[in-house]
Design a protein. Structure first.
Length: 364
């Protein structure tokens, strides 16, 4: 087993992200001591789930003897903790955070740290919260942005990056301001759009609010993150409000353009918008699926009968083929659904298609 690079890791805030990091570390590196810092009730749950080796209510005691400290609390608390943490840990200890807004964190860290603070943001998460929702594979093949403070040695950044890679993540070095600009467009505004769309359809619209059950897959996909709690987003939105409002202005302008074209019956111009959006969406590497290397896929139609999905995966397992990812592309009620299976190589995908076809499955 690869050396972890750290003997003791302190995780301050053992919620969804902190708990998932703890589970991933303990799963990959059982010898590493993971010390959780949180309320007693949370630490009890985290210990029961196996996310930490031990819990510690004494903040100073927990971090002073750790060689990696991860601040996984809400953003406002991270900002409050940075001054104290800088005084309690030796310069040999690497300190990082998981906040989804980086500029205010890095500006604060620059005032107190000298060469051992590396900002971080795992681009992974779900609309749930708390250590109960934590999972050791949350960061598997997810992009993990690192924003090193000035004066941090490259060897330290590499050390943290290697550790995260061992947990399954892909680290990406980025400056804090650029991170916040990008996050506003691809994460923060989409959250607000989901809230606005759900509110429009479920409250403002006098008819659709009575028939939300008719919302098909597209509506459900677009509004999934509207289930997120405001407490998770409050300080993210406030601390990145400048970049978010800029991105919102661009989005509102685009909606107004589309509205104007629709009202004027400019179907050819609307078609251009659809074509452009389709092309831009297609430029996102679909075959990467967030993985380190491109994957190869196979489409399989699975009849709507008990045990058919289990049968399909059992056949693949018997031939020692490993499914790297799976998604339900579409479903026909009462008939079945088309699954897309992703494999590491073209050879594996081809072999999977062959064995499944021989067993009577329809291959797309």
């Amino acid at each position: 087993m690869k050396n972890a690079g750290f003997k003791t890791v302190a995780i301050v805030g053992v919620g969804l992200i902190g708990g998932s990091l703890g589970l991933a570390i303990r799963h990959r590196f059982p010898s590493v001591q993971v010390v959780g810092v949180d309320k007693a009730s949370v630490l009890k749950k985290a210990k029961r789930r196996g996310a930490i080796t031990r819990g510690e209510l004494n903040f100073s005691k927990a971090i002073s003897k750790s060689d990696l400290v991860i601040l996984a609390t809400p953003l406002n608390t991270i900002l409050d903790l940075i001054p104290n943490v800088s005084q309690l840990v030796p310069e040999t200890t690497i300190v990082t955070d998981v906040g989804s807004v980086k500029l205010p964190v890095m500006q604060t860290a620059a005032r107190f740290f000298r060469g051992n603070f590396i900002g971080g943001h795992p681009m992974a998460g779900i609309e749930l919260s708390g250590v109960e929702a934590a999972h050791p594979l949350l960061f598997e093949n997810a992009v993990y942005v690192l924003t090193p403070a000035g004066g941090v040695k490259g060897t330290r950044v590499k050390r943290l990056g290697s550790f995260l890679a061992a947990l399954g993540a892909r680290s990406l070095i980025m400056d804090a301001r650029t991170h916040d600009q990008v996050a506003s467009a691809v994460s923060h505004v989409p959250q607000l759009v989901a809230v606005a769309l759900m509110t429009m359809a479920g409250k403002s619209h006098s008819v659709s609010r009575n028939y939300l059950g008719l919302g098909a897959g597209g509506f459900r996909d677009l509004t999934r993150i509207a289930s997120s709690r405001y407490s998770v987003w409050e300080h993210v939105l406030l601390l990145n409000r400048r970049e978010i409002t800029r991105s919102m202005d661009l989005f509102i302008a685009e909606l107004k353009n589309i509205r104007r074209l629709l009202a004027g019956g400019k179907t050819s111009r609307l078609k251009e918008r659809f074509t452009q959006a389709r092309r831009l969406r297609g430029s996102i590497p679909r075959d990467m699926k967030g993985f380190l290397t491109p994957l190869s896929s196979v489409g399989v139609f699975v009849p709507d009968r008990p045990g058919m999905l289990a049968k399909m995966t059992a056949i693949i397992a018997r031939h020692r083929l490993n499914i790297k990812d799976i998604e339900l592309v579409k479903i026909r009620e009462g008939a079945g659904g088309t699954f897309r299976l992703w494999f590491e190589t073209n050879q594996a995908a081809s072999r999977a298609a062959t064995v499944l076809r021989k067993k009577g499955f329809e291959i797309g």
